[in-house]
Design a protein around this ligand. Structure first.
Ligand SMILES: [Zn+2]
Length: 138
């Protein structure tokens, strides 16, 4: 039996994000069984090349494997404020600089994934703040 997903959500496993993930998926109208999840520490910075090329390939391959199984239409890549996987907010001590770094990781992750998925799969990039949640969506 095959299963088609509507989207894949790639994000950090930090439990503070869970309410946002749930709310976002609900607001987007995705069904309860319609979204594949890839949740690992600092997932999008890792996919964006922050740690190693091996991690970029590993995460991109997981996403591609899930696409081959479930043919989702959209990949939502999220990175978040105060992510411990990249040192937390204390590394920056400046919200704007931190936001810029995460947006850069989102964009690099999107590029790393672009070649792995068909052109008609939409890639959505979201930076999530802990205070007011969604900061931007591209
Ligand atoms: Zn995190």
């Amino acid at each position: 039996m095959s299963h088609k997903s509507e989207a894949i959500l790639v994000g950090c496993s930090d439990p503070r994000l869970r309410p946002w993930y749930d709310d976002y998926l609900k607001r987007r109208g995705f069904g309860a069984d319609g979204v594949d999840l890839v949740m690992v520490p600092g997932a999008v910075p890792a996919l964006g090349g922050e740690f190693s090329q091996t991690q970029v390939e590993l995460i991109a391959d997981w996403i591609k494997a899930l696409f081959d199984l479930h043919r989702f239409d959209e990949a939502v890549l999220t990175s978040h404020e105060d992510c411990g996987a990249v040192g937390g907010a204390g590394v920056y001590n400046d919200r704007e600089k931190e936001e810029t770094a995460h947006i850069d990781w989102c964009e690099r992750a999107g590029k790393a994934l672009r070649d792995k998925l068909p052109d008609d799969v939409k890639i959505t990039l979201v930076y999530v703040t802990l205070e007011d949640f969604e900061k931007f969506a591209v």
